[in-house]
Design a protein around this ligand. Structure first.
Ligand code: ADP
Ligand code: MG
Length: 765
């Protein structure tokens, strides 16, 4: 199809929003009639909407939008724009509403949430971080009050009781990670009353593409205390003596490192003649690999920093150093050995859930974001979600310049610094987006050397970042930030109080500079979208060089160009090559997503079997019934001695213990299997087939085995003071648990990078 014809049909893949537009006049007419009502009468109108089932019919939808609009005007002083109401209708239809930055998605999401809640659905509004969850809940609270629906939010330090209360509200705001951690903890309870979450009903996801696509494969992990693993100082010292390209090779993507034959010889010799590939002693090779991975692929100040004698991880996509973050056990210890710092306590993974699996629990799913069309296909493939493209309230007048391509990184940096200096002269605020924290810091130093003072956003908490980014539109401001720092925060021209707005508008509005492209054009667009909100003036430009990781990784051409004296390349075919490199990167990200999804599918099927079984034990006395059959004599004896209820309690605890223990072990087996297959079968067979070949039979006798073990424990358990002493029979829960997120960054390290927080939450909490 010709490009022109396609454009006439609108973007392929978006849902038709004209039906929403047709209701706008009726909504406005109805709104007039609501103006004179007392607040209490308006609340009553909202409540009346609850007398029917979802979905809303047209008349009720008009009523909902009119009442919601009038309530927002009164409660927040903001009368929702037509486009926001179209967004509300799209969300109620279960769509992803694409609305640009600054269009007011918070209010849009809130009105849709109220719409679901009024019809009796429990709504979870999911944010990308805890700061935004709280901010949005507090911000929208007056609106919800006027509409007669209850709202609450989950904070990172909320207790179990507070969480239970918050989740019982009509609408609960939570970060994706906190929600996931609650799901994981709920799966480990031994008493149904300990659970904090009700059954999932509706999720509205803010920044939906970040959550559903970028973070989709990120596992949220619940870990429990276990023995600390040893620092492998010997291996750390050994790999330090190896020479790149002679002893080991790193693959083109920098994701894997492998010993060469010479490397194998050197290591075997250094270890006094061991055989690394000895079938009977397979313990040495993983140690070497871990140390090598820590030494070669994880770079100080890029992947982690060492502060106060501790290794702290940098979350690459967010460019943030999170306190108490860690990698999976072995790797954490290997990096600690590399840096010669004290080894921290380790734990074992009790269970995990990917963000994708987490949101797929909801029967109704919708969300909003500034950039959805670019991933419309993935949203359909992985979530069966369609995108509704909502036009902006005012036309966007931001000027996006074509790429500025340079031959080398130095020339790119020089050009960017010169551009910042030139623009800064005029007072126009500049926001520079970098790939990671290390780059932000280098660039800030470079700018300072040129006498350009700038604010760097990284390694801080979300609230601080929000406060800083809110001022990025101040006259004369220069701000350097990673792509996602301070997201969700409005950048107003003239500063957060807009005091200087006229002067900044005069200067051209916010000017966004990208220091290199991100691995997808969608991420570039998110940075660009920082400027030009609500019809503001603004501009953007990306500075790219041929030695940018994005281009070298994609195997782009890097010689034979023609450049001017500043090193700038303007030839069309070279500019096209940059776009191509980005498409290659996008394709690879999608492949990684699909691949992780395939691995997780089999694991999820197995997990589901265990969870369903667990539920029956927890709430329907299945363990007791089984043990009454398997250990009939002992069961009868115990009932006689301690009564039915206590016997049932013991049976439940014992059965749950063996189910959970078995699942934790099986999980560890699967993790090892996956990592091992990656190493063993690289390039030869389909690793996924190999994985399934081992994972399926390993699970085969799972439930029977747990049942048999429970029977054994039940037989052995003794009575103490009128109760069955299950602890003495070996039934122990982890003394403490903690949670984290694992990010694997497809462009730097193959091993998953843990970036969550070690929380030290007690299991009983
Ligand atoms: P987004 O999430 O789409 O980027 P926000 O929800 O953060 O946007 O809102 C951006 C800004 O627009 C906020 O300052 C908000 O108060 C303002 N805003 C939203 N809706 C309206 C409205 N209908 N009228 C006036 N201001 C609005
Ligand atoms: Mg927002």
């Amino acid at each position: 199809m010709a490009e022109g014809v396609r454009r006439l049909l609108g973007k392929p893949g978006a849902v038709d929003i004209r039906p929403y537009g047709k209701l706008l006049e009726q909504i406005e007419a109805r709104e007039e009639g609501l103006r004179e009502l007392e607040d209490a009468e308006l609340t009553a109108k909202a409540t009346e909407l609850g007398d029917a089932e979802l979905p809303y019919d047209k008349a009720d939808l008009v009523e909902l939008c009119a009442v919601g609009r009038e309530a927002a005007r009164r409660a927040l002083g903001e009368r929702p724009f037509d486009v926001q109401l179209m967004g509300v209708m799209a969300l109620l239809d279960g769509r992803i509403a694409e609305m640009a930055t600054g269009e007011g998605k918070t209010l849009t999401g809130a009105l849709a949430a109220a719409g679901f809640a009024l019809r009796g659905k429990r709504v979870h509004l999911l944010s990308v971080n805890d700061y935004l969850a709280r901010r949005d809940a507090e911000w929208m609270r007056p609106l919800y009050e006027l509409l007669g629906v209850a709202t609450a939010w989950i904070a990172e330090d909320s207790t179990a009781e507070e969480r239970r209360t918050a989740y019982s509200a009509d609408i609960t705001y939570a970060s994706v990670s906190e929600l996931g951690f609650d799901v994981l903890r709920d799966r480990m309870v031994t008493d149904a009353d300990e659970r904090v979450l009700p059954a999932p009903e509706v999720a509205i996801i803010d920044e939906a593409d970040s959550v559903l696509v970028d973070e989709a494969r990120v596992p949220l992990v619940l870990a429990g205390a276990a023995e600390a693993s040893d620092a492998d100082a010997e291996m750390a010292d050994l790999v330090r003596t190896l020479t790149p390209r002679i002893h080991y090779e790193v693959d083109a993507e920098g994701r894997n490192v492998q010993l060469t034959d010479a490397g194998i010889d050197a290591v075997e010799k250094a270890l006094g003649g061991v055989d690394l590939y000895d079938e009977d002693d397979t313990s040495v090779l993983p140690r070497v690999n871990l140390a090598l991975h820590a030494h070669v692929l994880l770079q100080r100040d890029v992947h982690y920093v060492v502060r106060d004698g501790q290794v702290r991880l940098i979350n690459e996509s967010r460019g943030r150093i999170a306190l108490l973050q860690r990698w999976p056990d072995g790797l954490q210890a290997a990096v600690e050995a590399k840096e010669k710092v004290a080894v921290s306590e380790t734990g074992e993974v009790l269970d995990s859930i990917t963000v994708q699996a987490l949101v797929l629990r909801y029967p109704t799913l919708c969300g909003m974001t500034g950039t959805a069309m670019a991933v419309a296909e993935q949203l359909r493939e992985f979530y069966e979600l369609e995108v509704a493209q909502i036009p902006s309230n005012k036309p966007c007048v931001r000027e996006d310049e074509p790429n500025r391509l340079y031959a080398t990184r130095e020339e790119k940096e020089d050009a960017l610094v010169a551009e910042v200096a030139r623009v800064h002269e005029t007072g126009r605020p500049v926001l520079i987006g970098t790939q990671d924290v290390a780059e932000s810091e280098l660039l800030a130093k470079r700018l300072a050397d040129e006498g350009l003072e700038c604010t760097v956003l990284n390694a801080k908490n979300d609230a601080d970042e929000a406060a800083v980014i809110a001022e990025a539109g101040t006259y004369g401001a220069v701000t350097v930030s990673t792509q996602m720092a301070g997201r969700g925060t409005d950048i107003r021209l003239g500063g957060s109080d807009m005091a200087d707005r006229d002067r900044v508008v005069e200067a051209g509005g916010l000017y966004v500079l990208g220091f290199g492209h991100y691995p997808s054009s969608r991420l570039d667009d998110q940075l660009r979208g920082r400027a030009g909100r609500q019809g503001d003036p603004g501009g953007s430009a990306f500075f790219v060089s041929l030695d940018d990781e994005l281009i070298t990784t994609a195997g782009g051409e890097t010689t034979g160009y023609k450049a001017d004296a500043e090193g700038r390349i303007t030839d069309e075919s070279w500019l096209a090559m940059v776009d191509h490199a980005q498409r290659v990167a996008q394709g690879r990200l999608l492949e990684v997503h699909r691949n992780t999804w395939r691995y997780n599918q089999i694991i999820d099927v197995q997990r589901q079997v265990v969870l369903e079984h667990r539920e029956a034990v927890l709430t329907q006395g299945l363990g007791d019934r089984q043990l009454a059959v398997d250990c009939a004599a002992r069961h009868a004896e115990l009932v006689e001695e301690v009564g039915e209820e206590e016997t049932g309690r013991a049976a439940r605890l014992i059965t749950l213990y063996h189910l959970d223990r078995g699942w934790t072990d099986h999980n560890a087996f699967l993790a090892e299997l996956r990592e091992g297959i990656h190493l063993r079968f690289l390039g030869r067979r389909d690793p996924l087939d190999e994985f399934n070949r081992d994972a399926v039979p390993a699970f085969k006798g799972f439930l029977d085995e747990a049942r048999a073990k429970a029977a054994q424990t039940f037989e052995d358990a003794e009575v103490e003071d009128g109760a069955v002493d299950v602890a003495a029979a070996g039934v122990k829960r982890p003394s403490m648990t903690w949670t984290y997120m694992v990010h694997d960054h497809p462009f730097s390290s193959g091993i998953e990078t843990v970036v969550g927080r070690l929380k030290g939450r007690r299991a009983s909490d």
